[in-house]
Design a protein around this ligand. Structure first.
Ligand code: GLY
Length: 377
């Protein structure tokens, strides 16, 4: 094992041990004054990031065997039942929420109650499929500005939700879920991925035909720009769709996006900008995009030959090292590790913040590099 990775893992473990004893089964998102003061179980049970803390806990349980991680993860999973049974308010991000909680639990422990939760979440996701347009609807009216009709909207983030469908298809030995996922991936590729490997965030489709009507900037700088976290969702998401379908077009899409992202991330010493085509100032960074990219590059590395593997692993390492050295708070007395993230290019309340999913992708990337990860997607 390389020494830098071992040292990095020790720092992660110290930090997550301390956080786990402080917050247990509360649901964190962002810190206030270095503390996870807001419990999302109280604030917004349907929030899309509510699975990432249990995702961290299951990764750490798998890597260390410590019961404290498992107990906290089980606690969050039970709390999420309120969202699952509540149903109203859930949208396509049920993948992020239940892959990291119930499905992870089932995969690691065989808990059949967790399996049921995962299958129910997959059914909710499949229920959002529009067969005429061959896409999974992203959001509900309460997710968008008043007056906007999001019936035909899809977003790149969805590529990380559809592994829930690939899992369910295999689990119940029924290809329905698989075909929904695959048709959706094809629509995302057709409408949002550009020739040069960059991508848009939101595609507005005609809900009766699936025809592309317009692209929206979403969390990026503009409709023709290149939001870096969206790029990482595409890169990693298509690599995962390749894992589950074996369709070579998906691997090519992941690689094309990866080459575009690597070239851009290199320009800022491997800590990505919030948008690869944003104006020079302010130079917002988004470390969360870098870490998700690193995990995606390591996923691609699993599906290519030895000569290419090196390219993807080498760049994943550069990103992880750069972020671990320049963007992280390793003090166990304070909550959250990765700083220098950005939720949305244009929002003003989040100039360089921490985000729970950045910490999740840091943990996954380090464990992947060590060969100790557990595939949560
Ligand atoms: N899925 C929303 C985001 O990446 O911020």
């Amino acid at each position: 094992m390389e020494i830098w990775l071992e040292k990095l893992f020790q720092k992660l473990e110290r930090k997550f041990d301390a956080e786990c004893s402080r917050i247990g089964d509360k649901i964190p998102y962002r810190t206030e004054d270095g503390e996870y003061k807001t419990d999302y179980a109280e604030k917004n049970m349907n929030w899309w990031t509510n699975g990432f803390w249990p995702g961290i806990l299951w990764q750490m349980y798998h890597a260390t065997g410590k019961e404290s991680y498992r107990q906290a993860a089980e606690g969050v999973e039970r709390k999420l039942d309120r969202a699952l049974w509540g149903f109203i308010g859930l949208h396509h991000d049920v993948g992020f929420m239940w892959l990291h909680s119930a499905v992870a639990d089932y995969r690691l422990t065989g808990n059949t109650e967790s399996r049921n939760r995962g299958l129910l979440a997959a059914s909710i996701l499949a229920g959002r499929y529009n067969p005429a347009g061959r896409f999974i609807r992203a959001w509900n009216p309460d997710c968008v500005e008043e007056g906007q009709d999001c019936t035909g909207w899809i977003i790149v983030d969805s590529m990380m939700n559809i592994p829930l469908l690939y899992w369910a298809s295999k689990e119940v030995e029924d290809p329905r879920f698989y075909y929904i996922a695959k048709n959706h991936a094809d629509t995302v590729r057709r409408t949002l991925v550009r020739e040069d490997g960059s991508c848009g965030h939101i595609a507005c489709l005609n809900p009766d035909t699936g025809e592309l009507e317009k692209i929206l900037a979403g969390q990026g700088y503009s409709e023709t720009s290149s939001w870096s976290r969206g790029q990482s969702w595409i890169l990693y998401g298509f690599a995962l769709s390749y894992r589950y379908t074996g369709d070579p077009v998906y691997l090519d899409t992941a690689k094309k996006t990866a080459h575009y992202v690597i070239a851009n991330a290199a320009l800022t010493d491997y800590v990505p900008l919030c948008d690869y085509r944003q104006p020079a100032n302010p130079a917002y960074l988004d470390a969360s995009a870098g870490l998700c990219t690193a995990c995606g590059l390591l996923e691609i590395a699993e599906h290519v030959g030895a000569e290419e593997k090196h390219l993807y692993r080498e760049h994943a390492e550069r990103i992880v090292k750069a972020i671990a050295e320049t963007c992280c708070d390793w003090e166990p007395g304070r909550d959250s590790i990765v700083q220098n993230c950005k939720v949305d290019y244009h929002s003003t309340g989040d100039r360089q913040t921490d985000l729970i999913y950045a910490d999740y992708f840091l943990a996954e990337a380090v464990l992947r590099l060590m060969g100790k990860e557990f595939l949560i997607w």
